[in-house]
Design a binder for this molecule. Structure first.
Ligand code: WT7
Length: 661
């Protein structure tokens, strides 16, 4: 990207908060002013949400940037804050987790029961020789033991490294070795798409490559047969037999809490390191503020997997530190049928739902009639995370899930930021469909050009964070240099420009006429068309704004005349006819629709109608792979619909990408 990003789309729709929600909101408009007046004092007040055994001496030590220390001198125990204190406050009988297995089996875990399980697991890990500072790998399906395992590590000061249960031997063993984990906690398997899916064989193969592993703790979930080695121990023969008494010891605010690997665009996965006091402060604060959680009455459900940061911050640490009652679901959204999510919302009377644009667009493709069959009247706040949400997908979410009543919070953040950074507040913000709106109180974000100058309203460029925040990553595990190079060397002091340290993690964004923030995707994906920097997100959103389109992915392919040209892969909505002439007509119409919506510069050279798009395991579109598809084939001006050769290329790429992230 050479200068700034084009700002092509405009949005006039805006939805103020419902009056009753605004009147009772956890956070009101004053918070922005309070935080602006004294940012550090504001964060101190948020830290007071937690229970500390020793108060901090200093809120922030930023004397050695970009290495931050928050709440210096303070001590606390994360598991105590997520579990014990709720029981001590008399809420032991409150449900912490309504667990729904994919086959329909259920478990209900109260805070009192969670305390027993976490204490037992902490005692078992201690017996196995795990001490504070050791690393423990967790490779589990979405079962309550995943949360228990994480909290047990936190309780004894061990650093957990959760690895997504869909990852391969290669991915798992690389992560175990990078962290030198002593123990891995896994299960025989979990249920996916209606049948047991094994995990233990992957662990067995990985452990054979990992000298550091001393013990493997195995939860019995599916009952499928497993091979057994002398490192293996059943969870039910150890944890469930252990003493339920365990006294949590405090740890320093900067004690490492977890490592979470993120693949990024190049090279080995990066072990993103998060610590204790600042992380928990921001996870807890944002979960309360952004979802307006009322722990006594709300039923909260985050559909992410525990293997991603969303699962860490918004299934485990945020909700549990706030004493929430939540739903945890093991399986896929289409098992036994495509109504499963809505059936769960209906069954548990879910009031706050947090999911990803990829799922929302999939539901759009499946059809409006599916959510319409269920009672979704319990919902009062909807959230989105992981990718830009196209305005039309936002509108669909509002209309067909929120039934025109609920605010939507589009939350921007990253594994690296640890917790939400940019989002509407549901009781304050009049949200615009597709915009993450503004930085939360206490957070400083800006959009800058390549000279690090703030762009004016209406301008686009690089999204940066201009002040440290409590849940920021502290470093990349054992690689301080890569930490500095990756995040701090593009702008500001780290780039030799002034003395202010500026964080940049790769996203493009724009400010609209009112200064609201719009995320425009990764800057690596930006297309350079005849000298204009055009974001993939804007073209994708223009395509999705056509009623025939459910989902679109756009890439810039090399072009002899324009440098790059726009190639779009488009999934039609369920009811759209795409055979023969109709398909050709639709393609023509879509190209014109984009030109009309964004201007002729953004008109795609080619549009391909496809049935699926290649995605990472966390649901992000793999544009790099589509670029290969677009460039490696000499396609005509307009490619025929559902071109089977294109689909073959896409799905062969999907298969080869399966083992990676
Ligand atoms: C990247 C971080 C944050 C938890 C899940 C993903 C993209 C995330 C949004 C949003 C537009 C978003 C960004 C970001 N992203 N949320 N609301 N609007 N883009 O965590 O895997 O670390 O990915 O996801 O590109 O940098 P992650």
């Amino acid at each position: 990207m050479s200068e700034t990003l084009e700002n092509l789309s405009s949005e006039t729709r805006q939805f103020p908060p419902p009056a009753d929600l605004a009147a009772a909101a956890n956070v009101t408009a004053e918070a922005y002013q309070e935080a602006a007046d004294d940012r550090l004092a504001y964060w101190e007040r948020q830290a007071e949400r937690l229970s500390w055994t020793k108060p901090w001496d200093q809120v922030l030590d930023w004397s050695n940037p970009p290495f931050a220390k928050w709440f210096v001198g303070g001590e606390l125990n994360v598991a105590y804050n997520c579990v014990d204190r709720h029981v001590e406050a008399g809420n032991g009988d409150r449900v912490a987790i309504h667990w729904e297995g994919e086959p329909g089996d259920t478990r209900t875990v109260t805070y009192a029961e969670l305390l027993i399980s976490v204490s037992q697991a902490a005692n078992t890990l201690t017996e196995l020789g795990v001490v504070a500072g050791d690393r423990v790998a967790i490779y589990l399906p979405m079962i309550p033991e995943a949360a228990v395992a994480m909290l047990a590590c936190a309780r004894i000061g061990a650093t957990h490294s959760v690895v997504f249960g869909g990852f391969s031997v290669e991915a798992l063993s690389t992560r175990i070795n990078d962290a030198d984990a002593k123990v891995v906690i896994t299960a025989d398997g979990g249920y996916r798409r209606g049948k047991p899916s094994a995990l233990k064989p992957t662990v067995d193969e990985a452990v054979a490559r990992c000298a550091s592993i001393e013990h493997v703790l195995v939860v019995r979930r599916t009952g499928q047969e497993v091979a057994w080695t002398d490192k293996d121990k059943w969870w039910h023969e150890t944890v469930e037999q252990a003493s339920p008494e365990h006294k949590a010891q405090p740890f320093e605010a900067e004690h490492p809490l977890f490592i979470l690997y993120t693949s990024g665009t190049t090279g080995n996965p990066k072990g993103i390191l998060h610590t204790t006091g600042g992380y928990l402060t921001q996870a807890s604060y944002t979960h309360n503020a952004v979802f307006d959680l009322k722990p006594e009455t709300d039923v909260y459900w985050c559909t992410a997997d525990i293997g991603w940061v969303t699962g860490h911050s918004y299934i485990v640490y945020g909700p549990l530190s706030n004493g929430a009652t939540q739903v945890m679901y093991e399986g896929t959204p289409d098992t036994p049928d495509r109504g499963r999510f809505w059936q769960i919302v209906d069954k548990y009377k879910v009031s706050i739902l947090y999911t990803a644009p990829t799922l929302i667009r999939t539901m759009m493709k499946w059809g409006d009639d599916i959510p319409a069959k269920y009672d979704l009247s319990s919902l009062r706040v909807l959230g989105s995370v992981g990718e830009p949400i196209n305005p039309e997908a936002w509108m669909w979410y509002r209309e067909h899930v929120g039934r025109e009543r609920t605010p939507i919070v589009d939350t921007w953040w990253q594994t690296e930021t640890g917790a939400v950074m940019i989002s509407p507040l549901p009781g304050v913000t009049a949200a615009k469909p597709g915009s993450a709106m503004t930085a939360l109180p206490g957070i400083s974000a800006d959009v800058v050009d390549d000279q690090a100058e703030s762009v004016p309203n209406g301008g686009g460029g690089f999204l940066v964070l201009t002040e440290p925040w409590p849940s920021m990553l502290r470093t990349i595990w054992r690689d301080d240099k890569r930490f500095i190079d990756t995040y701090w060397s593009r702008f500001g002091a780290g780039a030799g420009n002034g003395d202010k340290w500026v964080y940049f993690a790769g996203d493009g964004a724009k400010k609209d006429e009112d200064g609201a923030l719009w995320l425009l995707g990764r800057v690596d994906d930006v297309m350079l068309i005849s000298g204009h920097n055009i974001s993939t997100t804007e073209v994708e959103s223009a395509l999705v704004s056509h009623p025939a389109v459910a989902e679109a992915a756009v890439v810039g392919a090399t072009d002899p005349t324009t440098g790059q040209a726009i190639v779009a892969f488009t999934i039609p909505r369920g009811n759209v006819v795409t055979e023969g002439e109709a398909g050709q007509e639709l393609i023509k119409e879509l190209r014109n629709h984009v030109a009309k919506t964004l201007g002729p510069i953004a008109k795609p050279r080619q549009i391909m109608l496809v049935t699926e798009l290649p995605k990472t395991r966390s649901g992000k579109i793999m544009r790099r792979l589509l670029r290969d598809v677009a460039e490696n084939r000499s396609l005509g001006d307009v490619t025929t619909l559902q071109d089977s050769a294109v689909m073959d290329l896409i799905s062969s790429g999907m298969n080869s990408a399966k083992s990676e992230d």
